[in-house]
Write a protein that binds this ligand. Structure first.
Ligand code: NAP
Length: 243
């Protein structure tokens, strides 16, 4: 019997992260979810993942705290043996027009969205190298490729993830570690709940609907499990928002 793969999903207790965790669980992976919240708040997500027939574990830490990341990743390896798939998904927004954007707004978003991917990947990839295999997926955004007024900090963080993705794909391809980015458009989650009237957004989307977390999860599953030869790519999943 082949061993079940283990996937670590950051920011995995809700939204896109949880949908990805569920998709990977349905495909036969065991799941480690991380979040900054306490175990009680993450319990419904763990129960949902377990209901798919997977083992599910929760580790609470801030993905941008390098020490906490190292400590928790080492603990995961000690307790579960390995991490085959890493989804760097945790992210935040702190929107505002650039002229009014203060340093706190800028640094917080860069830290949680981009520096976090450095911290978690740095801690995990040494174990993937030992295993001579791995798939890393960074949750970027269409705005990281195309920009968006009011999101200079967020767009820069998501563009940074694309650069990180392509560089790591080149550095680690020979170790059989693939690194890709997924760039969602407007997806229905808590993050986009504040958009208000969505009619204007819908006009710009050829498919005339917002995406669902499951739309993103299908592409994540493809990159994680269904291909062995796609690396260094930033795949837009946006209903044709920008063609
Ligand atoms: P969400 O519902 O706000 O979920 C984000 C998750 O990240 C939450 O579980 C949150 O935890 C967690 N998180 C935040 N800061 C963290 C930290 N420092 N350490 C650990 N976990 C942390 O957002 P989403 O819409 O599912 O977005 C998921 C990813 O997709 C993000 O990277 C986002 O930028 C990206 N994305 C989303 C869209 C969209 O339209 N929704 C579009 C493009 C890209 P708490 O619950 O404790 O706050």
């Amino acid at each position: 019997m082949t061993e079940r793969k283990i996937a670590l999903v950051t920011g995995g207790s809700r939204g896109i992260g949880l949908a990805c965790a569920l998709e990977l669980a349905k495909a036969g992976c065991d799941i480690i979810i991380n979040d900054i919240c306490d175990a009680e708040k993450a319990k419904p997500a763990l129960d949902e993942i377990k209901a798919c027939g997977a083992n599910a574990y929760f580790y609470s830490f801030d993905v941008s705290n390098d020490e906490a990341v190292k400590e928790n990743v080492d603990k995961m390896i000690a307790e579960h043996g390995r991490i085959d798939i890493l989804l760097n998904n945790a992210g935040i927004t702190k929107d505002g027009l650039f002229l009014r954007m203060d340093m706190e707004q800028w640094e917080r978003v860069i830290k949680i969205n981009l520096t976090s991917a450095y911290c978690v990947t740095h801690a995990v990839i040494k174990y993937m190298m030992k295993a001579r295999q791995g798939s890393i997926i960074n949750m970027s955004s269409v705005v990281g490729l195309h920009g968006n007024p009011g999101q200079a900090n967020y767009s820069a963080s998501k563009a940074g993830l694309v650069g990180l993705t392509k560089t790591l794909a080149k550095e680690f391809g020979s170790r059989n570690i693939r690194v890709n980015a997924v760039c969602p458009g407007f997806i229905q989650t808590a993050m986009t709940a504040e958009l208000g009237n969505i009619d204007e957004y819908l006009k710009a989307i050829p498919m005339r609907r917002l995406g669902t977390p499951e739309d993103i999860a299908k592409v994540v599953k493809f990159l994680a499990l269904d291909t062995d030869y796609v690396t260094g790519q930033a795949i837009e999943v946006a209903g044709g928002l920008i063609i």
